[in-house]
Design a protein around this ligand. Sequence first.
Ligand SMILES: NC(=O)c1ccc[n+]([C@@H]2O[C@H](COP(=O)([O-])OP(=O)(O)OC[C@H]3O[C@@H](n4cnc5c(N)ncnc54)[C@H](OP(=O)(O)O)[C@@H]3O)[C@@H](O)[C@H]2O)c1
Length: 348
Amino acid sequence: MKAGIVGASGYTGGDLIRLLLIHPEVELTYITSRRYQGKYVKHLHPNLRGITDLRFDELSPEKASECDIIFMAVPHKASMNIVPDLLAVGLKVVDLSADFRLKDPDIYERYYCPHTHPELFEKAVYGLPELYRDELKKAEIAAAPGCMAASAILGLAPIIAEKFIDRDHIIIDAKIGSSGGGKNFSFASHHPERANVVRPYGAVGHRHLAEINQELSLIVKQPIKVGLSTHAVSMVRGILSTIHVFLTEPIENKDIWKPFRKMYNKEPFIRFVKQPSGNYRLPDPKAVIGSNFCDIGFMLDEDIPRLVILSALDNLIKGAAGSAVQCMNIMLGIEETTGLLIPAPHPM
Ligand SMILES: NC(=O)c1ccc[n+]([C@@H]2O[C@H](COP(=O)([O-])OP(=O)(O)OC[C@H]3O[C@@H](n4cnc5c(N)ncnc54)[C@H](OP(=O)(O)O)[C@@H]3O)[C@@H](O)[C@H]2O)c1
């Protein structure tokens, strides 16, 4: 099997190259960049020096057609205008942008811009294998989730249908590292401005709300609206979502364990983290950085009463390139964990 990456010069593109170069059943043969055509990978991704002599190429559907599958690691708006030409030459596509995550063009327009190819929405499957494994097997487009959306949805999916939670008042407090903004820099990402911050940059109205609401609503088959507040914090990679769920009746720990175990017991990349004491008693992004794991834990607050769910992942791996490779494995009929069972280094 041959794979290619459009937009391979960026941060998710770099992690896709890294994961695909060590994948035992897929050969990475084609990577594109507009700015760096002809340059070696090491020019942009110094961690891959000595591992590959691939060079960045131009974007051409004809060249791409020599692959079996293409990853789109470009911004939203750009992806929607490239994907139709790739589908036309018979390719499967895993899109890391937001362009094919939503099912309603009006909601896409509200959060992003008018969509130029909404007719392709029906070909796309939301790229969370934990929810859509069967659908992904036949998908032409896998729309890998947004990084904060992935952490929030994975944290909430097992309990969102439980009758003991107040679905009208769910609050997700997400903290994310600087690589979440991609490679292009701005005044906000300038080191003196970005270092050492806990900056609330999306207290309300963050774009990932669209897909979080969509996916949670699909699970319970009725409209759900959650609150999402996002903060830029002083790390390079990682997300921690602290999810506050208010309870309608008293419950015990076992009432939470049960739905979580039911949904995730066999999931290869979901780990439960809930220990009575010690440094590692609840999820911490530090323990998943560089890996495709999402660590999930919870605490019950009987006084309020409230359930606090913690969900940690690496925004560039389980929140992007790792989930995308997991989708690829499913779409190509390869064992799902192939090339992805890599633990995070510790200490980091
Ligand atoms: N960063 C994250 O944590 C994260 C997580 C989940 C999903 N995503 C999504 O994944 C996608 C890539 O994110 P990223 O963080 O890797 O971004 P990035 O670091 O900015 O890289 C994107 C690359 O896309 C190329 N590109 C930009 N505009 C393009 C256009 N109009 N046509 C073709 N290529 C274009 C650029 O390469 P050249 O200029 O060299 O062509 C750029 O290096 C985005 O849609 C993002 O929302 C990111």
